[in-house]
Design a protein around this ligand. Structure first.
Ligand SMILES: Nc1ncnc2c1ncn2[C@@H]1O[C@H](COP(=O)(O)OP(=O)(O)OP(=O)(O)O)[C@@H](O)[C@H]1O
Ligand SMILES: Cc1cn([C@H]2C[C@H](O)[C@@H](COP(=O)(O)O)O2)c(=O)[nH]c1=O
Length: 204
């Protein structure tokens, strides 16, 4: 596999993205791809510094939106664009859909403002494929509680994650051709099978 490809992983915290990203990476490497794996916010030294601020410091919703898009602009210029130009497969744990879901749905920043930031920072470029791990917020909270202590987003209540999930659904409805919805409520094997089928449907 030599053609460039940009895949993002999305969903509420605890849906299982990181767990399954590793399996996709192994599958694509086995097929001969050179894989660039990254995450947002983050992926460059400056963007990782912004991540620490966004995940840990209280701030206004619009400040939060500006910081995640600033981090994305750096990540886009320094990591994603060069990797795609070199023919690599980019696997990214979250991208712009997360800003629509968390800052838009979760915090109430206007959709139009986020669309303007998306145009401004990445020229509106979207992933070729977005794997949306869709999970009931109560089940996601149970999984997180068993796994780790909470950051600023993970400490939010079920209503917040309900709005985040609804905003993911809105993005899914707006751009259905780009998304594969994964039922993340299934067992690990069940989710892995859905993922493999989704990639196969796309010829990967
Ligand atoms: N299908 C599943 N069934 C049960 N537990 C799962 C499943 N998938 C993942 N988990 C567990 O749920 C926890 C959260 O998974 P993971 O860290 O992959 O989620 P995530 O979506 O990457 O979360 P975040 O976005 O907050 O980093 C982990 O302990 C993981 O082992
Ligand atoms: C890209 C992006 C992320 N977030 C939030 C979503 C998560 O709670 C954290 C990242 O943590 P993870 O364990 O790496 O998933 O950041 C956000 O609010 N807006 C964004 O654009």
């Amino acid at each position: 596999m030599t053609r460039p490809l940009f895949i993002s992983y999305e969903g509420i915290d605890g849906a299982g993205k990181s767990t399954h990203l590793e399996a996709t990476e192994a599958r694509l490497r086995a097929a001969g791809a050179i894989v660039c794996r990254s995450r947002e916010p983050g992926g460059t030294p400056l963007a990782e510094t912004l991540r620490e601020m966004v995940l840990n410091q209280p701030m206004a919703p619009l400040t939060e939106a500006l910081l995640v898009f600033a981090a994305r602009h750096e990540h886009w210029l320094q990591v994603i664009q060069p990797a795609l130009a070199a023919g690599q497969v980019v696997l990214c744990d979250r991208f712009a859909d997360a800003s629509f879901a968390y800052q838009g749905g979760g915090r109430g920043v206007a959709w139009e403002q986020l669309q303007a930031l998306e145009q401004w920072t990445v020229a509106g470029r979207a992933p070729d494929l977005t794997l949306w791990f869709d999970l009931d917020p109560a089940e996601a909270a149970r999984r997180r509680a068993a796994a780790r202590s909470a950051d600023r987003f993970e400490a939010e209540d079920l209503a917040f994650f309900g709005r985040v999930r609804a905003a993911y659904a809105r993005r899914f409805e707006e751009q259905p051709q780009r998304f594969e919805r994964i039922d993340a409520g299934q067992s690990l094997d069940g989710v892995a099978a859905q993922l493999a089928a989704a990639l196969q449907r796309r010829g990967w």
